[in-house]
Structures are given as C-alpha cells and as structure tokens.
Design a protein. Sequence first.
Length: 328
Amino acid sequence: MPARTNQRLAVSAALLLLTSACSPPSGTQKDGLVHWRLLPGYEWVNPGTIWSFETRWVAGAAYPGQPNIHAAAQPDFWQPDPGYAWARDADPNGTTTTETTPTTYDAMAPAPPPATELRQDGSVLDVIWTAGLEHPHWPHIRSDPTPNRWRADKGYSFDSTAAGELKVSWSPGTRDPDRAHIIAAATEGQWEPEPGYQESLFGPVWTAGTIHPRQACLRASSNEGVWLPLEGYHYERNDVGRIVITENKHETDWAKVFWGTVGAIIGLGNSQTHDDDSMVDRAGHAVANEVGKAGLNAAAGEVFGGSPGSCAGVILPADWSAAPTAAP
C-alpha cells in the first residue's frame, strides 16, 4: 500500500476518533458514529459541507407531523397556531391527561384555560382548535367553534370578507347578543338602549312618546317597537313604496276664525297712541297691538292653513321597518 494512501487513512481515522469524541453540535442529536441529526426547528448554516457543524433555530418552522404547531422566536420552544391550544399535558409519570376545552363559544367569558404558552420539544404532543381564544395578532376577534374560523367580539364587525382579512371595527347600532334591546353606542366600547327604550332597574323598557334619536319626526307609540309621526302628521307611501311623513289635511275651525277676528278688531282698534297718553296708556296700547296681531294671525292660519311643518315630506329610509304595517 503506498505511503500516501496510508497517510490519508491515518488522518481519516484520527478525524473519525476526534469527531466521535466531540459533543453533538447545538440543535442536533448524534445518529451514528460520525453523523448528527438535526432536531426539529433547526437547520444547518452551511449545508453541504463536511467541516461546518453550525446550526441555527428557524422561528416559524413547522413541527414534524403537526401542521398547527410552529417554532417560537425563542430557540427550543414551540407554540400553537392562532386558535389552537395544547390538547394534552405531559405527565412526569409518562402518561398524558386531556386538558379541559370548551365545546361552545361564550362571548362574555374570558379566554378559556387551555395553555397556549411556549413549550419545549419534550412537552409538544398535540393541539386542538379551541373556541373563544383571542387572536394573538388581530385585536377584538376570537376563535369560532368552527375550526379555522374567527368571530368578531360583540360590537365589532369585519371590515372585509376577503380571505385572510381579519381587521374589525367598532360598529355602532350592533345588537348586544347577551342583553335584549342594548346596542353599541357611537363611542367604542360603550353600549346604550335601543331607540324607544330607557334604562330601568329591570333593564331597558319601551317608553311611549320617546323621540327617535335619528328620526326626529317620529315618536314611540304605545305598541312596543312601533313608531308614529309626530302629532299633526301621518304616514303615506309614495310611488316607489317608500314611507313618507305627510302633514294632516287642514280643516278650518270657524270658531277660532271668529274669535281670532274679534281679538284682532278689539286689539288693533285700541292700539293707536295719542300725544297726551300716559306711560300706562302707551303700555296698554302696545299690549292691545300684540293681541290684535295674534288674533289676526290665528284667524288667517285657520282660513289658509299656515305654512307646511318641518316634518312634511320626510321620506324614511328604504329599510325602515318600525312603522305600522297599516301605513298606506
């Protein structure tokens, strides 16, 4: 055997003995005499070389055989994907116990108890989709009972229906799913009674006569949930079926015309001042003048009907549903 070949064999044997005596590189496990196997979550810094054994932790790497468990930013630790929680806990005696997980979604309950904390490799066993978990990246949403679906917290709604878009915004007017006749107020995080209701010791109570906060020409009727126009108006439907607030037809009250005319004649007839009037006389003439004008306006209003009221012709929104079904 040539001397050079003997030297190469000697060097190889020395290297073999040296490497076999060394501790495994970080993130590896010895697998054979001179072979190291990468642990989950690690990769070689310089793959393909035989003299570099440097490794690095890869945050976000999937755990082998567990698509919903990924490497955390902290080396050697793992975490469930959003919406998932650890399904089992490792027992020091080598057995496993199933953690308690809710079967229904409760919007008022805090996040359920299954752990979503980081775990090291030896404690990673399995995960399960768990309703009610807060999303770690998107605020005001929680996991839905249906796997891989998310639900906005009460009072919020999704800005978009596009896949992957989980941004939500406060939505005034949204009903509270846990309290009857309570809706989201204009201020984020605050709630108020529905229009027509007022707070009481027993919860929101329908209150007749309440003016609608967004439809100033409507008042709550004695029938819960039904709104009527203000006094002097009624509902009609226009050519396209929309509800229109219409002023009641004026009917002349001739008694008012008579007494208004009498008041005008007497008042205006005594409103003339004279040079020798005293201060008391002048004050009396001024009062008589105002009485006369009021009587004249009252008589004219009864005869001619006056000007239309501010609510005449108001058209309710197309989706308005709180008006009586008897509206023409």
